[in-house]
Design a protein around this ligand. Sequence first.
Ligand code: NAP
Length: 330
Amino acid sequence: MVNILITQHIGDAAVQRLRDAGHAVTYRDETTPMTPAELQTAVRTAAGLVCLLTDRVDTAVLNAAPHLKMIANVAVGYDNIDLAAATARGILVSNTPDVLTETTADHAFALLLAIARRIPEADAFMRAGKYQRFELFPPLLGLDVYGKTLGIVGMGRIGTAVARRGALGFGMKVLYTAKSEKTAVAQELGAEWVSLAELLRRSDFVSINTPYTPETRHLFTLDTLRQMKPTACLINTARGPIVKEDDLLAALRDGVIWGAALDVFEAEPQMTPGLAEHHERLVVAPHLGSATGETRRNMAATAVTNLLAGLAGQQPPNALNPQVWQGTPL
Ligand code: NAP
């Protein structure tokens, strides 16, 4: 039996599994994150930590947690955790890949279609009573998607799932960047591994699907956006700070690119001033990539499965630093 801290609401079923395993669970059943000071206090006696992407687990938190053995993040992205510092302290860290891949790809594609066909603008237009008559060339002309070129920046699990939707469902030509070439995807979808510059130059839709790392921070600046076609759209369902939001706003205002659809924001939950007021050819959503009830429950269950495995001395299925696993109960 160990002490486990669950920082925020994850659903009763997942919590019960930890209790059924005999652990002493402190469940903070709230939908807001703790302040850094509160988290540092709460984690003091914990051996296991279940956290969300809004919980920053940095060295201050790790220093405040002398008993901590494992962190189970309820997210696939883990830029909220100082993985190197946790690894140096022998703390196992896990995430929740795979269970959210298709759901997040659905959302990326929903945003792609929404921006291309201006769905939120059309909805607002109707509700404002502005629809007077059918016109052959109405004010809300959109973009074709079928047969266009889709650029995937980060051809991992989610990027590949987005690419499949584009290639198989919409006859799109797929270009991609990644650290390494993906031969299986190339065979399946005819996808081409290209440089970022070539991807930007040739794509009609650019979908960001990389993790947020020091290398991908502000990967999209005005400079990058200027390399895109003026008729192209940017879709970001990865992490906000990959795009320099001020620059994106300027690019939208100046017509540098045609449009953008964002699920994530640089200083989430805030939006860069001016972005919310920009209604044309910009679609925004409050970080809903994996947000279906089924997938969010599966994410919580996956995090608990990882934690229970680690505590029992088994290698967690989604360990991010398996090198610290010692094969003994934690
Ligand atoms: P993944 O399987 O690890 O894929 C990431 C891909 O990015 C890999 O193909 C990797 O290349 C590539 N990559 C890494 N650094 C790169 C760089 N500097 N330039 C180009 N490509 C780079 O991860 P995933 O499961 O698809 O998830 C991707 C991200 O989506 C997560 O990290 C998370 O932040 C975000 N996400 C957001 C939501 C949401 O709600 N909006 C939901 C889920 C995930 P290699 O394969 O060659 O290493």
